[in-house]
Design a protein around this ligand. Sequence first.
Ligand SMILES: Nc1nc2c(ncn2[C@@H]2O[C@H](COP(=O)(O)OP(=O)(O)OP(=O)(O)O)[C@@H](O)[C@H]2O)c(=O)[nH]1
Ligand SMILES: [Mg+2]
Length: 217
Amino acid sequence: MVLLRHISVALTAAVTAVGAALFVAVNLLYKRRVWTPEDYYVFKEEEEEQRERQVLVLGLDGAGKSSVLQGLSGADSKRCCRPTRGFNFIRLHTPDCQLDVLEIGGGEDLRVYWTDFLRRTHILVYVVDSSDRSRLPVAKDELHRLLRVDTQLPVVILGNKQDKPNAVSVPELRDALSLGSVADQRKLFLLSLQLGSVGATAACSLQSLQDLLLKLA
Ligand SMILES: Nc1nc2c(ncn2[C@@H]2O[C@H](COP(=O)(O)OP(=O)(O)OP(=O)(O)O)[C@@H](O)[C@H]2O)c(=O)[nH]1
Ligand SMILES: [Mg+2]
């Protein structure tokens, strides 16, 4: 009788222990099944978001935006381009991140849409035709309109077409675009560019641009 009671107590204890272990295991399994994949996807999305950087390329029509994209993608930027009637996109893969470079056409009817694209942008590249002297005031007004919408966004201004004889110099461009009035805390760069030139000059300035974008990204 006593022996039977001992056996029954031992069995009860064993069943309880196995039950508890099962409970813990099922709980762990349940937790893994329910939470881990979601966590994984959220984590993946965050990770991918961290690696993707969007560069928005704006500027008046004919300034050279598509030529810049073409040059950055490794194609011959001198063999460019029809006016962009919507947008134009390239993706650059670098060891550190992926740069999605998006141009919106610069025609007057398209400029109203520019600000819609600022929200998801990490860097703004603003291309100016340095030889288009008569439209520098318009280029300035459009630039400052963008700067007012996002007061933090890093901006790289490209004084393009420096190869043209009537191009304004970079210091002149700085004045013409009133860059002195831009707040000191803004990351703002002014680079000269001449995509129409022959030899290594265009490639060299495109490389400097890409290096700067990667630093800012
Ligand atoms: N001489 C010279 N011509 C250039 C330079 N960059 C671009 N061009 C020429 O300028 C013209 C307009 O260039 P695009 O790149 O199409 O200009 P865009 O800013 O994309 O213009 P939209 O798409 O209409 O907004 C093309 O004929 C280019 O070959 C440059 O640095 N020097
Ligand atoms: Mg274009």
